[in-house]
Write a protein that binds this ligand. Sequence first.
Ligand SMILES: [Zn+2]
Length: 142
Amino acid sequence: MKKHRDLISILKAKNLRLTPARRGLIQYILDHKDKQLSLLEITRFLETTVDGVNRSSVYRNLELLKKLDIIQELNLPKKGKRFQYIFDKEVHHFYICKTCGKASRGNKVLFGRIEKALKDVHEFSKANLSMVFYGYCERCKR
Ligand SMILES: [Zn+2]
């Protein structure tokens, strides 16, 4: 499992500055690996722990972590933008219910089938399967 140190070394390798805000953000995301975090809750936390942090600086750093494939942005119906840690997760596609906004992570079976279909249909391989499906969950379908 990847740790704070591993993520820090990615930033270092890209010559990105390790500001207190970035360190704090990475730690917060690691501490909430399985949660879909909103910009508001991330900002609230960082504002209380790091000086000079505001909503737009947090947003810029989130954009950076997105580019580094550390987090993925999800757009949840009725809830809005959420950020989910994906870095050491093999599978990061999600299916999201349009009615209740529940986001679930796809499993390896789904991943395997999509990868196979992509290869069979488009002769395309080793795709980065960051995908989001929108539909209706079992409960809301009824
Ligand atoms: Zn639902």
